[in-house]
Design a protein around this ligand. Sequence first.
Ligand code: C5P
Length: 297
Amino acid sequence: MSVTVRVPAKVNVQLAVGPARPDGFHDLANVFLAVGLYDEITATPADTLRVTCEGPGSDQVPLDHSNLAARAALALAARYGREPAVHLHIDKDIPVAGGMAGGSADGAGALLACDALWGTGASREELLDICAELGSDVPFSLVGGAALGTGRGERLTELKVGGTFHWVFAMAERGLSTPAVFREFDRLGEGADIPEPAASQAVLDALASGDPGALAVAVSNDLQPAALSLFPELSDTLAAGRAAGALAALVSGSGPTTAFLAGDADGATVIAGVLRASGTCASVRVAEGAVAGATVV
Ligand code: C5P
């Protein structure tokens, strides 16, 4: 018997970053939108904990206990006093080290899959607690839809979404490390007075109305200058998407994936075609949001 869970990627439609805290993390106002690119995590009983991975970029995915999927199984097993005897197979479609919460998706997916496989019957709150221990973006991978994340991003308030948003994502030739991007944010902001992060009412209203034009003028990402500083070629990708008619062009989370908001599905197809031909990125995908969070299939 095995259990498979499907988990979406995310794009941040607002990422407001505060000053570095004493623990090294940053307080955030992080508006997440789940989009239809998915990893699938299959949990099968085994003698010992084992992780395997297939799909684009899977050669860069660690298969040891540092993998968030393995850490999720270990955390759930420890909490319920059982052996983490499970094989976790990740079928990867979310870009690796791309700023779309691929690792977090695998953590949330493994947690839900092991919970179902072992019949632990953990409550939603317990699962969300474990997710928050695993990483700042992991609770959102479980919940999906759209949500405001505060604290280090792990404290979620679900948000209303009034329509479907059409996105194009351009994947880069290499990844960016999230801690490195936050360190660059700190370096670029040295000596500056960085305000406490706050959710933008314009972003929340635009999501609620489902109006892509309103969302396009409201989106923002405080990590974008840091990502561009570490990966200057991303400016060319952003420019190519804008020239193709994207309503908004921004770095997704800590990058290096770039995200382009289209007016409708046809617009997304056009932008994707132009980006593919532009030679400014490794690959291009179209995806809609909001979509549901981690789901047993
Ligand atoms: O929580 P997570 O493990 O995903 O965070 C990865 C890294 O990103 C942290 O070690 C930290 O360097 C940075 N980070 C941060 N502030 C946050 C979230 C992440 O500085 N709110």
